[in-house]
Design a binder for this molecule. Structure first.
Ligand code: FES
Length: 137
């Protein structure tokens, strides 16, 4: 039993279907939205990759990139990453990658579960916004 009050809770993960079978052709890249995550799905060398869609350089959408010479190329400034692992041997920055499974009906990705924003916190944010932007008399 862990009695450390500073330890973080165990991350809950689930498998989500990201692509139908044959949806992403060899050598192609696609942006996919799943359960509050935005992923860059890749298909290269008969394998699939699920990467965070944000380029670590300045946040461009890697799902708008291309695979050339075996590397995923960011459409904004051209940084390159492994299309499956998200790393590169020539620079320290890497893209987070998620576990992928090829199943009979499609490609699945294991992702941390992000709970939807609660109505209470949205209401609270809205009330704060109204208070801060109240017209002065
Ligand atoms: S934003 Fe991707 S290389 Fe600059």
């Amino acid at each position: 039993m862990n009695n450390n009050p500073d330890s973080s809770p165990i991350e809950r993960r689930l498998w989500f279907k990201a692509l139908s079978k044959d949806e992403l052709k060899e050598g192609q890249v696609k942006t996919v939205y799943i359960n509050y995550h935005t992923l860059c799905m890749t298909h290269f060398d008969a394998k699939y990759g699920a990467l965070d869609n944000r380029c670590p350089h300045q946040g461009a959408s890697l799902g708008d990139g291309t695979i050339k010479n075996g590397l995923l190329r960011c459409p904004h400034h051209g940084m390159e990453f492994c299309p499956i692992e998200g790393n590169h041997s020539e620079h320290a920055e890497s893209v987070e990658s998620y576990p992928v499974e090829m199943r009979s009906d499609g490609i699945y990705v294991s992702l941390p579960v992000i709970p939807p924003p609660s109505k209470i916190s949205l209401r609270s944010d809205h009330q704060t916004h109204l208070r801060q932007n109240r017209p002065s008399s």
